[in-house]
Design a protein around this ligand. Structure first.
Ligand code: MSP
Length: 509
């Protein structure tokens, strides 16, 4: 039986266009999904859009269209970007779909009937911009925008009743909230008394939402609605076998939505009697050229900027950089120079040059046919062993969701292939020992093929091209054996996979 693996991204708001933040989480989720597929896991990768709430209603009003039309336009923009990057998600959920509305209403009804939801009147501060009721302290500290005093009758979820249970759960499950600093942040937050959660908005104030099944004058608070997507998509209440196969999920999110995912969501699940997620992994944020991204500073990495990078050196290079340098454990800076330096050093120099070198030597001495493996010596056996070690390390890093480390691990192996060639010097050896030269070039190419297979989730387009250059019928995306490289096969046409980027071009722009 294959192991099942369910990974999610946040559902992106449709009041803004996609940008580096949304691209980042989705790309790394794709990379993790691809590695799991590589090992034969049965993967369910979910993304989508969060379409209800005040901001969407306001944005639609501003543009003079209906909220639904607005959502259709924005959801299509996300889909377009994901198809540009050829992402491999299995489902794209929109919170306005019927399948989701049904689940939200069924969960609300059952919680209401169990007494987990009650009606009450609140008088206090409300941030219109953040759609949140805030405390007097928050108000005094001025942390929220567009704050008004309101008195309103609403429905509340008894979140406070789950505080102790949640603390106990987090303490007993070290992998539930990751990395550790985020876990500590939540445990710190839970040292304060937890309040009940307001889960409704009166329709007179906000009409664009899912109607409460027990009171038609109200719609559901957007977070209570959106979080439930994670169970709608794998078939909660609609496909028991699918739900049992995939749930619980690994949620990849950004640090700003930690509380909703690590406090609201698990307590909602506890109340509904559903197991908690396997892991909530909250990554940090990208800054840009050393500063917080902002439209006014002109350093905002939007869709056009992303496309610019992709057009200069390829989409794969962008994906690779996201993975290697991304803010997984702490914030990380996107700098243009660093982007091109990483491309030149890892991809153009280390991998690209090595491919050129090995292909040219095979062309020169073996008429472009993969030479015989011969009787591998100590160095060749070491390369073979190192390849297996490299794969084990990569898979362990993927298990830890440590996408940052994966690229470095494989590139270190690629560097060792370069060192092996420097040591064995096949260009000199060819003058005296052609069989020995064949053995060396076979080992180098077998190691390259092995590393290309491991790099595939990071560089899917280019590694597919590389496999085409090997002229094999095998498709990348699978575990390969080092010694399965077929001697005698004529190599395909050599292409420059990663042409060097001329850094001087940057000085003039
Ligand atoms: N709709 C909610 C999520 C609901 S999940 C049930 C939401 N959407 S969002 O579109 O505003 O944000 C999506 C993600 O983008 C968040 O994970 C956020 O952390 C991420 N990012 C936004 N700016 C970012 C950076 N500068 N860097 C990295 N990620 C950032 O929140």
């Amino acid at each position: 039986m294959p192991r099942s693996f369910f990974i999610t991204t946040p559902l992106y708001y449709v009041n803004d266009k996609p940008h580096i933040g949304s691209a980042y989480t989705t790309l790394i989720a794709d990379i993790i999904a691809q590695y799991h597929r590589m090992t034969g896991d049965d993967v369910f990768f979910l993304t989508g859009t969060d379409e209800h709430g005040q901001k969407v209603q306001q944005a639609a009003e501003k543009n003079g269209i209906s909220p639904r039309e607005h959502c259709d336009i924005y959801a299509a923009r996300f889909k377009e970007l994901w198809s540009y990057f050829d992402l491999s998600f299995d489902d794209f959920i929109r919170t306005t779909e019927d399948r989701h509305v049904k689940v939200v209403q069924a969960v609300l009804m059952s919680l209401f009937e169990k007494g987990e939801i009650y009606k009450d009147t609140y008088e206090g501060w409300y941030s219109v911009a953040d759609e949140l009721f805030i405390s007097d302290k928050d108000y005094e500290e001025g942390r929220y925008r567009d704050v008004r005093r309101i008195s309103e009758t609403n429905y509340y979820f008894r979140m406070s009743a789950y505080q102790e249970r949640l603390i106990g759960y987090i303490e007993a499950h070290p992998d539930f909230i990751r990395p550790a600093n985020r876990r500590n942040e939540i445990l710190g937050f839970l040292r304060q008394p937890l309040k009940d959660l307001c889960i409704s908005r009166p329709k007179e104030r906000l009409a664009w939402g899912i109607e409460l099944p027990f009171d038609k004058d109200y719609v559901t608070y957007v977070w209570f609605d959106a979080l439930l997507n994670y169970i709608t998509a794998p078939g909660y209440l609609s496909d028991d076998a699918k739900f049992a196969a995939y749930w619980p999920a690994v949620h990849l999110i950004g640090k700003d939505i930690l509380t909703t995912h690590c406090v609201y969501w698990p307590t909602m699940l506890m109340a509904a009697g559903i197991p908690l997620p396997r892991t909530v992994f909250a990554h940090g944020w990208w800054t840009s050229e050393g500063q917080k991204m902002s439209k006014s500073l002109g350093n905002f990495i939007d869709l056009e900027t992303i496309r610019g990078y992709c057009e200069s050196v390829g989409k794969d290079a962008f994906r690779y950089f996201m993975a290697k340098e991304g803010p997984l454990f702490s914030d990380s800076d996107f700098s243009r120079d660093r982007f091109y330096q990483t491309y030149n050093s890892d991809l153009a120099n280390d991998f690209g040059n090595l491919v050129n070198r090995v292909f040219k030597l095979i062309d020169k001495y073996f008429d472009g046919r993969i030479p015989e493996a011969g009787e591998p010596g100590e160095d060749e056996l070491a390369m073979m062993e190192a390849s297996v070690q490299c794969r084990e390390t990569v898979l362990a890093e993927v298990e830890e969701l440590n996408v940052n480390a994966v690229a470095s691990t494989v590139i270190a192996y690629v560097t060792s292939i370069n060192r092996y060639l420097e040591k064995t010097e096949p260009w000199k050896l060819a003058k005296t020992d052609l069989a020995g030269t064949g053995m060396v070039l076979y080992a180098a190419l077998a190691s390259l093929r092995f590393s290309a297979a491991l790099l595939y989730p990071l560089l899917p387009e280019k590694m597919t091209e590389f496999f085409r250059m090997l002229n094999t019928s095998e498709a990348p995306g699978h575990i390969v054996q080092w010694q399965d490289l077929k001697s005698g096969t004529p190599l395909g046409e050599m292409k420059a996979l990663f042409p060097r980027f001329d850094m001087q071009l940057l000085e003039n722009s």
